[in-house]
Design a protein around this ligand. Structure first.
Ligand SMILES: NC(=O)c1ccc[n+]([C@@H]2O[C@H](COP(=O)([O-])OP(=O)(O)OC[C@H]3O[C@@H](n4cnc5c(N)ncnc54)[C@H](OP(=O)(O)O)[C@@H]3O)[C@@H](O)[C@H]2O)c1
Length: 292
């Protein structure tokens, strides 16, 4: 039985990865800074996983001492650790770059078989601190002694839920025309893709979900699921970019995330298609659960 260390196991993708590993019969050790979170379902219906894990190491990836020995006896390491919400204390360089680098150092010391990292599709085209930190880690990983797999997904259904929340309130704000396409992916489909790619070696793989939709079509799907009338406001892209650049001077965490989302919502993000869960079914399940 292969042993896997999962870092990021309290997050959207990490929880789905733990479920998939369990389904496929792996021994699962998780690295978490707040293990109690694993007992509850996540905000975007990602599963509770407390009963699926074999071992827990309580650690913060920015604290190398807390990671000591965490990879010993493991075959694979998976990390989806990264900043996805504004944080006043830590930067993308602290977590996405240095935190993952701290884990990689442990993985190298333990002589693990494979290190899987979750990157971002078309990262090289997305300007800003988030992708700079991730790309810097990827460059480091590629020169490390450990065989790697780098997975580059498009967008997750958890992020598409923002459209649903706006549609519930009666109006969706789109950046620019809303005509750029994306094939977002459900956490469970992406998790299955990741686990099935542990046997690859020194590869970067791009992946998206089963449907290609424009942002306007995603908004329309969200309205259809809520039963509300379609009301869209198109915000001018250039104006928003100028505002986000101004934010840089007084709130760096919001600037960093703002740049990331502005960029990904105004570019074509269509990667090789995988999976079967449709966005509309995720939206319906999300609403059913919320209104229970
Ligand atoms: N959302 C998208 O559309 C998308 C698309 C492509 C790539 N990605 C990337 O995929 C990755 C996973 O995304 P996600 O939506 O699953 O993120 P998420 O739900 O925010 O999960 C992030 C995980 O990282 C952990 N973490 C953060 N800082 C940590 C630290 N200092 N020490 C230990 N653990 C730490 C979090 O732990 P806590 O629970 O304790 O906070 C959480 O388990 C991210 O790097 C993201 O940028 C996302």
């Amino acid at each position: 039985m292969k042993k896997v260390l999962v870092a990021g196991a309290t997050g959207y993708l990490g929880r789905h990865v733990v479920k998939e590993l369990k389904k496929q019969g792996f021994y699962i050790k998780v690295l978490a800074r707040s293990p109690e979170k694993m007992k509850m379902q996540g905000k975007h219906l990602e599963p509770a996983i407390a009963d699926d894990v074999d071992e827990i190491v309580e650690a913060d990836m920015t604290d190398p001492k807390s990671l000591q020995g965490c990879c010993d006896g493991m075959d694979y390491v998976f990390t989806s650790v990264g900043i996805t919400k504004p944080s006043s204390k830590l930067t993308f360089m602290d977590v996405d770059y240095q935190g993952n680098k701290n884990l990689l150092k442990e993985a190298e010391r333990a002589g693990i078989e494979k290190f899987m990292y979750i990157h971002v599709f078309k990262a090289e085209e997305i300007e800003g601190p988030a992708t700079e930190a991730k790309q810097r880690f990827v460059d480091h990983l590629k020169s490390a002694k450990v065989p790697y797999v780098i997975v580059r997904p498009t967008g997750y259904y958890s992020d598409m839920a923002e459209y649903l929340q706006m549609a519930e309130k009666g109006r969706v704000y789109l950046i620019g025309s809303g005509n750029c396409s994306i094939n977002p992916i459900h956490g469970s489909d992406l998790a299955a893709f990741c686990v099935d790619h542990f046997d690859r070696e020194n590869e970067e793989v791009d992946v998206g979900g089963p449907e290609v939709l424009t942002h306007q079509e995603i908004a329309e799907t969200a309205f259809r699921c809520t039963g509300n009338k379609v009301k869209l406001t198109h915000l001018p892209e250039g104006f928003l970019k100028r505002i986000v650049h101004l934010v840089k001077w007084f709130n760096k965490p919001y600037y960093a995330l703002g740049m990331f989302f502005l960029n990904v919502m105004t570019m074509e993000l269509v990667a090789p298609s995988h999976g079967e869960v449709l966005l509309e079914s995720f939206f319906k399940e999300y609403l059913n659960h919320k209104n229970k």
